[in-house]
Design a protein around this ligand. Structure first.
Ligand SMILES: [Zn+2]
Length: 402
């Protein structure tokens, strides 16, 4: 049995061997099989120590013997690798009106995904009760037991205090301010939960899905709001309060005098978000009332809609040119509902970023549309859960099967 209810605070005492075993496990996380001799040579540990740690990892079910290595004679040495079937994690992407839940194995393979309508403004108790019920149902639907669940990763559409996983003054999440989301999930499902804002998990999901070898990536979500997730040096950067990448409320030139929902004037979001583009077109007499209709107009080659989207791209490019100077990414990915209008938004962004950035910074910079598309967030949520589960801290909270 996994002691999945045990969180970080109830880790095994030092000397139980878990700490050493989880250290060794970090070498096997990539799924590549290795022999005991190879592990001895990589770690510099005594053969007996490596043997004991492997035994503990086998007992935990985290690794399994994997084929045979070639041998110069005698008994062929066994190789060991991550056992993806040893448990599962659940990733959830809760948006303003819809939720997506996915189950992934320990190898990061998504086993099942469900999308449903779910208004976030129903408040945390109702939404999380629905989430817990859905999590159990989706596990049951693929024949996995609740005891196999090791962690939950969750993205929410608002600012999250990273240290506690609590939403902080979220504008569209009525009743969620300072709600203890990880505590609620621990009480209800008995597993730790990692909570982050939706743009950060989209950045992680995009990197996992399409840019595994890219260490410096900026993911920009353009939807009802505008925000970005920064991956620098291969790691997601959250900043001091978890607000790094919050570019929607940077002031842009064209925004002078336009009020934003944050109370300031001239914010990027007030000019280039989906609702902002729709409002500008309506003011010009175009019959459009939602981002979905805007996308249809652009796809139908409506010149005024195309021009408005391209201008929004330029506005976003104005802020991104500054971001390029700050973090020097090699890829900028545009995602979110508005980005599905395609090339016209990208063209506006490219026009300004390439014009205003130094040639060296943009020499190898690509600006592309999200490839993970609507799966980016939920894949990222699974990765967040997996990152914790397979970390020394996560393994430290496990107990051998009895
Ligand atoms: Zn603002």
């Amino acid at each position: 049995m996994w002691l999945t209810g045990a969180m970080v605070a109830t880790r095994k005492p030092a000397g139980s061997g878990i700490a050493g075993a989880s250290e060794l496990f970090q070498l096997l996380r990539d799924g590549q099989p290795r022999t005991k001799a190879e592990l001895v040579s990589i770690t510099g540990l005594a053969r007996s120590t490596v043997g004991l740690r492997l035994e503990l990892l086998l007992e935990l079910g985290l690794i399994e013997p994997s084929g045979e290595a070639s041998s110069s004679g005698g008994r062929p040495p066994s190789r060991f690798a991550l056992n993806p079937a040893a448990g599962v994690v659940i990733g959830a992407d809760l948006g303003a009106t819809h939720a997506t839940i996915a189950v992934a194995d320990l190898g990061g393979n998504v086993l099942e995904t469900n999308r449903v309508a779910m208004p976030i403004a129903d408040g945390p108790e109702r939404v999380l009760t629905w989430f817990a019920d859905s999590a159990m149902a989706i596990l049951g639907s693929i024949g996995r037991s609740p005891s196999e669940l090791l962690a939950v990763g969750m993205g929410l559409p608002g600012p999250i205090e990273h240290r506690t996983g609590r939403p902080v003054n979220p504008p569209i999440m009525l009743g969620w301010d300072n709600f203890d989301v990880p505590g609620w999930i621990m009480d209800s499902l008995g597993v730790p939960a990692l909570v982050d804002n939706d743009v950060n998990i989209m950045a992680i999901g995009e990197k996992t899905t399409a840019f595994a070898d890219t260490d410096n990536l900026l993911f920009v979500k353009v939807a009802t709001g505008i925000g970005s997730g920064i991956i620098s040096g291969g790691l997601l950067q959250r900043g001091a309060e978890g607000l790094a990448g919050d570019i929607g409320h940077v002031r842009i030139e064209r925004g002078a005098g336009v009020e934003c929902r944050c109370g300031n004037f001239g914010c990027l979001e007030a000019m280039a978000s989906g609702p902002a583009i729709v409002a500008q077109l309506r003011a010009d007499g175009v019959d459009v009332s939602s981002t979905r209709e805007l996308i249809e107009l652009v796809r139908g080659n409506d010149l005024r809609a195309i021009s408005a989207v391209r201008q929004a791209g330029r506005d976003i490019g104005e802020v991104l040119a500054m971001c390029v100077s700050l973090v020097n990414p090699s890829v900028i990915v545009l995602g979110g509902s508005v980005s599905s209008v395609g090339e016209h938004l990208l063209a506006g962004v490219r026009e300004i970023v390439y014009q205003r950035s130094t040639p060296v910074a943009t020499q190898h910079l690509s600006i592309v549309q999200s490839r993970a598309a609507e799966d980016a967030a939920v894949v990222g949520a699974c990765m967040l859960a997996l990152g914790y589960t397979l970390s020394p801290e996560g393994i430290g909270a496990m107990s051998p099967r009895g």
